[in-house]
Design a protein around this ligand. Structure first.
Ligand code: AHR
Length: 505
């Protein structure tokens, strides 16, 4: 057994955790909407055609905000097609995913779904094929009370009260050549600035996210952020980051170390935001919206095959990654990275939520089940609220292809508003358990309430409809707490949630 140590103190504060770091994403892509959240005729469908079994699984995740309607999809999308009587809505070719979009689910329906899910809508506008004028119009439609062309149209379409969408994305991945209406950083910064001004003139209470890089591996990363922010700093609130990881070579230690890249990415973007702040002598600070993150690689070949066979079908089963146990460990480490950067990462969206690179899978006409990555998300969303604490972690390290000094114990700690402390940790060691000592003396005599463990002997183990609990949380081995020092056994290759009760109340 190896040893590691964590020291915690309630005064070592990183920052308040913005609940929106537990956001997610639904795009008009594959079976996310049609056959995912929406399936009229399904035995579990409600009066609007939304699957109640899926809604229940989403509600358990406590997702405060859901990004919508894309993604790449949004860069060719006309929001006007998605409102008004459903039967009259046009069918449109979606050039992002080579699908035909029926618009059966549109803005009003999605807003209703989000309410049922206990979430707010984070709405992305099209800055690919469209511009500031349409951006202004949709804010007027969604948020202006009444008495203007678009607010009255919304009322005529059945929503007397404003939809009150508070968080908006200024386009999607505009740095990517695959994007409809791809732009240079300067072109994008200018159009984002003009759109932002007009949107905030319509509703000054909204917050805006400008597109950063679609990955830290983009050749324009860094320069894109600096140039773009130079153009729109004063009128936006957040810069977006997107990142997906894969393990095509089966190198588990290297794969589990990818959260080191995530951390570098976040720190670099913070540095650039602050450099532009300095250059502009600005008072305002720009924070980060990590609005697409996940593991994504299992389905890539399958998708190529689908497109070879069929284009323009509705609800093609695209991006249906089946997640294994090691994916859950990396997803856990990605969430820990957001917690450790809680002072600047204010929004994060697990991409995506249902069927498309998702924690929740459905079978059309059948059941729904939790993929492996569902569990670390649920645990952090449920217990990782309040304040992020700076955990001083002393752990043995390892080297792998891309990183040196990767801690075998990856950890983050939070304290909720009742003073209860939760330590989350991943043991990246393939073979050895750890004895983890946690120094909690600053919290008096806390007790270990619960040790939740996610472990499998097989890194490639997956959940399926017929075996939905193959990778499933169980009670961990726990340990002892004496004189404010906990000694907990952390099994090899595992995700752990250690819940301590705070000082006696
Ligand atoms: O989430 C899937 C896709 O990944 C999104 O549409 C796009 O923004 C990103 O490239």
């Amino acid at each position: 057994m190896k040893n590691a140590r964590i020291i915690l103190d309630k005064d070592y504060v990183i920052g308040r955790i913005d609940p929106r770091i537990y956001g997610s994403f639904i795009e008009h892509l594959g079976r996310a909407v049609y056959g995912g959240i929406y399936e009229p005729g399904h035995p579990a469908a409600d009066e609007q055609g939304f699957r109640k079994d899926v809604l229940e699984m989403v509600r358990r995740l406590q997702v405060p905000v859901v990004r919508y309607p894309g993604g790449n999809f949004v860069s060719g999308f006309n929001w006007e097609d998605s409102v008004g009587p459903a039967k009259k809505r046009p069918r449109r070719l979606d050039l992002a995913w080579f699908t035909t979009e029926s618009n059966a689910v549109g803005l009003h329906e999605f807003a209703d779904w989000a309410k049922k899910a206990g979430s707010e809508v984070m709405y992305a506008i099209n800055l690919g094929t469209r511009g500031p004028e349409n951006a202004r119009d949709i804010v007027e439609y969604a948020n202006h009370p009444a008495g203007s062309k678009y607010s009255d149209l919304r009322r005529a379409n059945g929503a007397k009260d404003p939809l009150n969408i508070k968080l908006w994305c200024l386009g999607n991945e505009m740095d990517g050549p695959w994007q409809m209406g791809h732009k240079t950083a300067c072109e994008y910064g200018r159009i984002a600035n003009e759109a932002a001004k007009m949107m905030k003139w319509v509703d000054p209470s909204i917050e805006l996210v400008a597109c950063g890089s679609s990955g830290s591996d983009m050749p324009t990363f860094g320069d894109w952020e600096y140039t773009m922010l130079n153009e729109c700093y004063d009128n936006i609130d957040y810069v977006s980051l997107h990142r997906y990881y894969g393990n095509p070579t089966g190198d588990t230690p290297g794969f589990l170390a990818r959260s080191m890249d995530l951390d570098d990415f976040i720190r670099t973007v913070i540095a650039i935001c602050d450099a532009v702040k300095g250059k502009k002598h600005a008072k305002k600070q720009i924070n980060l919206s990590f609005d697409e993150w996940n593991v994504w690689y299992h389905s890539r070949e399958q998708d190529e095959e689908i497109w070879k066979r069929e284009k323009w079908g509705p609800a093609l089963p695209l991006l249906e990654d089946v997640y294994n146990f090691e994916d859950a460990l990396l997803a856990g480490s990605m969430l820990l990275t957001f917690l450790r950067n809680a002072d600047r990462v204010k929004i994060a969206c697990l991409a995506q939520l249902v069927n498309v690179i998702a924690p929740i899978m459905t079978r059309s006409g059948g059941g729904c089940w939790a993929q492996t990555i569902y569990w670390p998300f649920l645990h952090t969303s449920k217990y990782g609220r309040g304040t992020a604490l700076r955990a001083l972690v002393n752990s043995p390290v390892y080297d792998c292809a891309d990183y040196e000094n990767v801690p075998l114990i990856d950890a983050a700690a939070t304290m909720d508003d009742d003073g209860d402390v939760t330590v989350f940790c991943v043991n990246r060691d393939l073979a050895e358990d750890f004895c983890l000592e946690i120094d909690l003396r600053a919290f008096g005599e806390p007790a270990l309430r619960e040790h939740i463990l996610l472990h499998s002997d097989d890194v490639k183990a997956v959940n399926t409809e017929s075996d939905p609990e193959n990778v499933f949380p169980s009670a961990g081995p726990g340990g002892t707490v004496e004189g404010g020092r906990a000694r907990i056994r952390i099994p090899a290759l595992s995700w752990n949630v250690l819940r301590f009760s705070g000082p006696a109340k």
